[in-house]
Design a protein around this ligand. Structure first.
Ligand SMILES: [Zn+2]
Length: 269
């Protein structure tokens, strides 16, 4: 990284690092189409002490149009960033065209498991770099400062990960890890996440996440990943709020970029 970029990306943490454990709530699939739900989610979380979130914004969600065309959406993101929320890049289109040569395993992972949203699962380095740098520059041109890149459905191929690093993205996350792309450090930290596509998945998700929550409560970083459709299912949204309520006072709500910055300070990187 050259000097200018290094200065621009120098992490800034407002408070000296404290010994308390952290909670990161990430809001996925933020786009003009999901703005209203995301806004409600942010307000309800704030009322329960989670005042900052990592917002995973998709530049052109399902080819519905580039987010920059919506001036009100852009200024909303700028206000949120000014309030301490983080804007991260979350894919580009958030959908993956089907390839004729897919193995059965690929089909399972990309269609059944993720509903064709694994956009960065097998992109070439060049195409991944093009999409990530285009997204990054669009955000920056509108006064936003994205430092993280999270692939849709956390499916990030090796080539795409290299591209994210070369596009000066500071970190990425996966289902089970958070990775500092600058230092290469990988932190084990599984996220809670729901599958809401049908009744049995919703029921199973709640049981699974309740068990995972008990297990993850002892970990220094607890991650909760929220998708817009979670908010429409009251039992699921209620469980998420219960988790947040249980954690309030025990953990500091932070963003991925600040959490990564804190780890770097601790290690003197
Ligand atoms: Zn997503």
């Amino acid at each position: 990284m050259d000097t200018i970029a290094a200065t621009e990306f120098l992490p800034l943490v407002a408070a000296a690092s404290t010994a308390t454990d952290s909670l990161v709530v990430s809001l996925h699939d933020v786009a003009p189409a999901t703005q209203e739900i995301t806004e409600s989610i942010i307000l309800e979380l704030a009322r329960r002490g989670v005042r900052v979130c990592s917002l995973l914004v998709v530049p052109d969600y399902h080819h519905q149009g580039l987010f920059t065309r919506h001036r009100q959406f852009v200024s909303w993101l700028r206000r949120l960033e000014a309030d301490g929320h983080e804007i991260a890049v979350h894919g580009y289109f958030h959908e993956r065209p089907r390839s004729p040569n897919e193995s059965l395993g690929d089909k399972f992972l990309t269609r059944f498991y993720t509903k064709n949203e694994g956009e960065f699962y097998d992109l070439s380095y060049d195409e991944a770099l093009r999409r990530i740098t285009t997204a990054r520059d669009e955000f920056r041109a509108h006064g936003l400062k994205p430092r993280g890149f999270v692939a849709p459905a956390w499916l990030l191929g090796d080539e795409a990960e290299r591209a994210a690093r070369d596009a000066q993205m500071e970190y990425t996350t996966r289902l089970r890890t958070v990775c500092d792309l600058r230092s290469g450090e990988v932190f084990p930290a599984r996220t809670l996440v729901y599958s809401v596509h049908n009744n049995w998945r919703r029921a199973l998700s709640r049981t699974w996440n309740a068990a995972m929550f008990r297990f993850l409560k002892s970990k220094p970083l607890l991650r909760i990943s929220v998708h817009p459709h979670d908010y429409s299912h009251r039992a699921i949204w209620g469980q998420i709020l219960d988790f947040v309520r249980t954690l309030s006072g025990e953990r500091t709500a932070t963003t991925y970029q600040d959490w990564i910055a804190e780890q770097r300070l601790r290690r003197g990187i």
